[in-house]
Write a protein that binds this ligand. Sequence first.
Ligand code: UDP
Length: 478
Amino acid sequence: MDDQETELPPHVLIFPYPAQSHVAAMLNLAQILCHGGIHVTFLVTHDIHRRLLRHSTAVQSHLASYSGFRFETISDGLPEDDPRSGDKVMELFRSFRVTAKPLLRDLLRSDRVRDSDSGRKRISCIIVDGVLGFALGVAEEIGIPVIFFRTTGACNNWAHFCGPKLIEAREVPFEGNNMDVPIKSVPGMDGFLRRRDLPSFYRVIDVANHDLQLFFSETQQTTQARAIILNTFEELEGPILAQARTQWPQIYTVGPLHAHLKVRLTSNVTSNSLWEEDMTCMTWLDVQPAKSVIYISFGSITMMTKDQLMEFWHGLLNSGKRFLWVIRPDSVFGKDWENHIPTKILERTKERGCIVGWAPQEEVLAHKSVGGFLTHSGWNSTLESIVAGVPMICWPYFGDQQLNSRFVGEVWKLGLDMKDTCDRVTIENMIRDVMDVKRQEFQESLDRMAKLARKAITEGGTSYCNLDCLIRDIRLMV
Ligand code: UDP
């Protein structure tokens, strides 16, 4: 290292998996690191880069003002015009891992990131998505330390880590159809965990199932890295983190990152969206009474059948509540569903509903008119709801969502868990419960948890201090 290079800030490569929630959370971290004086190369696929430049106001506006931030792009192996829609999620997951490994190796060996150039040091640390475990071997070949960033909660990571133990104890695969059988081999979760609450990849008849084994091995691999970053906070997942700390060498809990970013930057933070946000819903919300609206959004990947769509629609209308509903155009199986909704339902919807293709979710949840959130229990949506203090009805789709919804309903008491059911009567009743009957009960737990979240990201709080430690440790990695 020459003298000139010693003067420069450390330089990290951040590499998220190409999906909305992964990119957004890691872009939040990238911004905080840049703000903390670290240079960041943010590695994304060509498709994500194109969409960020088009729709992310964070990228368009203030990220451009950080001289320490730059993009590098690679292929995801799919043709440019592939829609990469919801039902292809596992296909992309399997193919991307194969495509990206040699590309990452080439990039790390190339002059673009290896040598100090145009005022940047060579890369001294890689912060890589925890589902891209292959990066560990590649980085080791080149001699660069790896920190994994897991975009799900500690509970999901711990449940996957305990997978082999569950198989050994014969709790998985499930015998018989009873999904309410208690699960005992995940320390810290006995007493409330049932079969139906395990991450959805456990719902297999063959434990050699490729996806299940992949999740086990990816999770085990993260324990081999220098450290792991989790978008959570100690006060939310303390008991599970205590278990996880027996296996991971170092865990930095730095969340909720979307709110932490606002504290660090003290500016008007903008969105990291891959879709165009329909802002008309904000004007619609502005004229609704306080806490009168139930917000419905199932994230960026969830798909539903036309029958499920209709059950939700009837349940919403029958509840008599006002609603703001995000229906992504690619979120319903089968073509042309829009043209088969009965006119009567569309007319009733106009009276008290607003439907958009993609909403500015953080802003929506923070709006005074929103009183409940019908969610798929994605980890980011869960954190955003906690920070905004909005009670949830959980309809988990896949992955960690089955577990998150159990924590929301049973452990944290922040809402109701509707998993494995989808009928109009249950939906109607749960909306009434969350918006009226049990509102006070949930609101008290939410206010307490939202306060703890804010404390964690305030100077001196757990996540704030952990992020400072992360920045300090990255500086030591030169
Ligand atoms: N989101 C959004 N607008 C929408 C729907 C979702 O901005 O209309 C954002 C939401 O705020 C969250 C992310 O998309 O940050 C979804 O992440 P989550 O982990 O909840 O679910 P996933 O999409 O990974 O299933």
